[in-house]
Ligand binder design. Structure first.
Ligand code: SAM
Length: 318
């Protein structure tokens, strides 16, 4: 596939992620009253393995994120890179856990769609207005800037551009900053993701990075996953970093992060509170235990920190 086609396929993954999340929400895995405003309901049911996997993904990321919010007492920023149609801003507001400012970055085309949804749906626009104070809110087709929430159209493969745009939206590099990439880095070359990680580590003196993506891709099951994605013309330029938990950790440590962890999603699943496990396992019958375990062993959460003001970010773990 040509470069534009490949980018187009990558943008399509954003739709996929949200459709799957919306489906799992509709079955009752977790609550998200906002996702319905961003994507259609799935045409067919998603397999229970997929729904459980998404539950662990959303829970896992949110667990680490809340630990960060606690350590910083919400006196921080969150930068969600490749955020797609993520609804985190609205969910954090409902829980009274908004950071000082929440930023999102994605391709301009995705951002335009998100802003269109926000503009046309009051349940999305109202919370932004409510949390806004001061001068008038900036909103055009490719970016939105309010006091607590900002969306930026850009390409994560060009980090100097990115910094400039974020700064225009009042990014404060001195604030403790959490950066998130959920299923994003695999679409960039190892060099490009290394540059992004290096940029983040060298820009923010106090920061945490959370990355969710594929791992153990060199075995048979991993190869099948890759073939499936390639069949949809997705450019998995970064898949070589997804070979092991070690290579995931190493990438973080080699690019300026002080501490780094990586665990597979089966491990994350084993850390879920027993009551949650009981509840979600009761939602749908899962026949293929082995398939579920295989799937979960092929995704991971990685997190890293650097902490010059000793907030205790290094001790964040499951
Ligand atoms: N993080 C969201 C989630 O987990 O629900 C969306 C995940 S989706 C699989 C990947 C997202 O990353 C897409 O929205 C895509 O447009 C974005 N993305 C990938 N490469 C990008 C790049 N180079 N610049 C900006 N956005 C990018």
């Amino acid at each position: 596939a040509g470069l534009d086609e490949a980018d187009e396929a990558v943008r399509g993954t954003c739709e996929d992620a949200s459709v799957c999340k919306r489906f799992a929400v509709s079955v009752g895995y977790w609550k998200d009253p906002y996702i319905q405003y961003f994507v259609r309901q799935a045409k067919e049911r998603k397999a229970p393995e997929i729904n459980r996997g998404y539950y662990a993904r959303v829970h896992g990321v949110s667990y680490l994120l809340k630990a960060f919010l606690k350590k910083t007492e919400c006196n921080c920023q969150i930068v969600n890179l490749g955020a797609g149609m993520d609804t985190l801003f609205w969910r954090l507001k409902d829980e009274n856990l908004l950071p000082r400012k929440y930023f999102e970055v994605d391709f301009p085309m995705i951002v335009a769609r998100k802003i269109h949804n926000i503009k046309s749906k009051p349940p999305l626009s109202k919370p932004i207005m409510e949390s806004h104070s001061g001068e008038s809110l900036l909103i055009d087709s490719h970016s939105l800037d309010s006091s607590r929430y900002s969306i930026i159209g850009g390409d994560l493969r060009f980090s100097s551009d990115l910094e400039e745009k974020l700064k225009k939206h009042n990014l404060d590099i001195q604030l403790p900053t959490l950066l998130i990439t959920e299923c994003v880095l695999v679409y960039m070359t190892p060099q490009q993701s290394a540059n992004l990680l290096k940029w983040a580590a060298s820009t923010f003196p106090v920061a945490m990075f959370i990355n969710y993506e594929q791992v153990n891709m060199t075995d048979r099951f991993g190869q099948i996953m890759i073939e499936n994605l390639q069949r949809r013309q997705c450019n998995l330029a970064g898949v070589e970093v997804c070979k092991s938990l070690d290579s995931q950790r190493e990438r973080l440590l080699l690019n300026g992060w002080e501490t780094a962890h990586a665990i597979d999603m089966m491990k994350v699943y084993s850390f879920l509170p027993q009551a949650d496990v009981k509840r979600i396992e009761g939602l749908e019958f899962l026949d293929e235990k082995e398939l579920f375990e295989q799937l979960m062993q092929h995704y991971c959460i990685c997190w890293a920190s650097k902490d010059s003001s000793n907030l205790g970010l290094a001790s964040i773990t499951f």
